[in-house]
Design a protein around this ligand. Structure first.
Ligand SMILES: CC(C)(COP(=O)(O)OP(=O)(O)OC[C@H]1O[C@@H](n2cnc3c(N)ncnc32)[C@H](O)[C@@H]1OP(=O)(O)O)[C@@H](O)C(=O)NCCC(=O)NCCS
Length: 139
């Protein structure tokens, strides 16, 4: 997907303070600076979108083993910039990096919150099978 005029899709993570701001302002749960730094250092792929003035307005990343298992995370576009194709462009770039850099047979997974569900469906993501359910816990 081509990005709307005035936006730049860039490889690499935002600065930790921008990562935290994007999460907060797009309605995702707040994280600490330590969590932001670890997320940035530990990701397999990262994309961010900036305006021509250098304001970071969107991001997305992939956590993965580089072999076959990949998790799309931290998809966030600031509310004032949503519904312009930015999230789709970030997702497309991340999926393209998996296609070109990972071993064949990569399994790509994510947890879809309601705002992202149709976007993910449009890129071919399917519900996990009816007899399988996503599970989680805090440590
Ligand atoms: C999910 C999220 C990242 C999507 O970001 P986005 O930049 O708005 O994504 P896009 O613009 O590519 O697509 C979103 C919608 O806008 C539509 N769209 C894309 N370009 C458009 C345009 N030029 N005009 C109007 N609509 C457009 C898409 O078709 C899509 O519609 P749909 O959801 O009805 O299918 C964003 O909504 C967000 O940050 N939400 C809050 C945080 C969150 O919940 N993140 C986790 C999601 S799992």
């Amino acid at each position: 997907m081509t990005l709307a005029a005035g936006y730049l899709l860039l490889p690499g993570a935002p600065a930790p303070e921008d990562y935290l701001r994007l999460r907060r302002e797009s309605g995702l749960s707040p994280k600490t600076t330590g969590q932001a730094e670890a997320a940035i250092a530990g990701s397999w792929a990262f994309r961010r979108v900036e305006t021509e003035r250098g304001e970071v307005v969107a991001m997305g990343r992939v956590v993965g083993d580089g072999g076959w298992y990949f998790l799309v995370a931290d998809m966030a576009t600031l509310p004032g910039h949503q519904r312009r194709g930015i999230g789709g462009a970030v997702l497309d770039a991340l999926l393209e990096e998996i296609r070109t850099r990972a071993e064949p047979g990569a399994y790509v997974t994510l947890t879809a919150d309601p705002p992202g569900r149709r976007l993910y469906e449009s890129r071919g993501f399917l519900d996990v099978a009816p007899d399988r359910t996503g599970m989680w816990r805090m440590r």
